[in-house]
Ligand binder design. Structure first.
Ligand SMILES: Cc1cc2nc3c(=O)[nH]c(=O)nc-3n(C[C@H](O)[C@H](O)[C@H](O)COP(=O)(O)O)c2cc1C
Length: 340
């Protein structure tokens, strides 16, 4: 079915194709049922949450939670919405999304275009059908300096606390100037401590404790991974999402769009994202949850990511090129687990 739709979507400029798909799914959630593959059950329990299968939608596709009902019908084991910021913001000027067809890749510099946490909270309040597990990815506004970033993350945590099964703290988008500075081990320690304290207080008020995961870039050197792994262990951070898009252009040197500023996703990102995940699993041992994301476009890619140590995986660019049947293929590739 997606093979019939894809030529129409690919005839549109990338951002228009995205808007059409998002619009169609939010207008008619039943459309998702037509496109939905049959996804095998591969249940696992992690961080106190029950995932019917370990294949999720990555952040950025549905930043404002507009198509959650449609997305829930697709068979994802979990859906991550956002990145959402405290205040609405328009993002970068267009064009800001580019398709590199022959490489099955995208370059984007969207810049956290979103309607803000208040609009999202109100939408989630009205939601009739939820995905099995809902993650909310949060960020800072473009004009908030890193020194005050904890205020933005805390505001999102507080406003969205009742709705999230888990939060992802995005410190790795390459399209918000300076944001990646929050990935240094010392900055991450300060931010994580503030957010873990905030969660402690919110837990008392709400009687629930959604896990906080941190999303990192693939452009980290080995010593940076050492320092980050030490911080994760010391602070008892529950999990990492590995990885965001890359500033590198592996194998694309001669492509006319390779010079477009922004983050690269899709097939060329796979080796980098897989390596970072394996290296972090080696450093951290079995305990923290690791979500593998980046360049998963086939069952084999998924199998390799699980073998590298991922508990769960997420898809974005693969869905654009392969369609929703990729969810089912990847779920089949996941190792079966005996449920406790
Ligand atoms: C157009 C676009 C927008 C994205 N927006 C976000 C975002 O808002 N927050 C985020 O954490 N990641 C965002 N991402 C990154 C994806 O969640 C994912 O980490 C990355 O694309 C690598 O996975 P993939 O190769 O399967 O696409 C975005 C990616 C794309 C292509």
């Amino acid at each position: 079915m997606y093979s019939l739709l894809r030529p129409f979507l690919f005839a549109l400029p990338p951002e228009a194709a995205h808007a059409a798909a998002l619009g169609a799914l939010s207008f008619s959630p039943r459309l998702a049922s037509l496109l939905a593959p049959r996804v095998a059950a591969r249940p696992r329990r992690r961080l106190g949450l029950l995932f019917p299968n370990p294949v999720g939608l990555a952040a950025g596709w549905d930043k404002d939670g507009k198509a959650l009902e449609g997305l829930s019908a697709f068979g994802f084991g979990f859906v991550e919405i956002g990145t959402v910021t405290p205040r609405p913001q328009p993002g970068n000027p267009r064009p800001r999304l580019f398709r590199l067809l022959e490489h099955e890749a995208l370059i984007n510099r969207m810049g956290f275009n979103n309607e803000g946490m208040e609009a999202l909270a109100q939408r989630l309040e009205r939601l009739r059908r939820r995905p099995p597990v809902l993650g909310i990815n949060i960020g800072r506004n473009k004009d908030t300096p890193n020194e005050e970033a904890d205020r933005d993350y805390r505001a999102c945590l507080e406003r969205l606390f009742p709705y999230a099964d888990y939060f992802t703290i995005n410190v790795s988008s390459p399209n918000t100037p300076g944001l990646r500075g929050l990935q240094s081990a010392s900055a991450l320690r300060t931010l994580a401590s503030a957010l873990l304290d905030a969660r402690e207080r919110l837990e008392t008020r709400h009687g629930r404790r959604p896990p906080l995961l941190f999303k990192l870039a693939p452009d980290l050197a080995s010593q940076e991974l050492d320092a980050l792994a030490a911080a994760v262990r010391e602070l008892g951070i529950e999990g990492l999402v590995l990885t965001n898009t890359t500033l590198a252009r592996p194998g694309l040197e001669r492509h006319p769009l390779a010079r477009e500023p922004g983050g690269l996703s899709g097939r060329p990102l796979r080796p980098l994202a897989e390596t970072i995940l394996r290296e972090m699993r080696e450093r951290l041992g079995p305990e923290p949850l690791l979500i593998g994301v980046g360049g998963i476009l086939s069952a084999e890619d998924a199998e390799r990511r699980f073998a590298a140590g991922a508990d769960l995986i997420q898809l974005y660019t693969g869905l654009i090129f392969r369609g929703p049947s990729l969810i089912a293929e990847c779920a089949r590739a996941a190792p079966a687990e005996t449920m406790p």
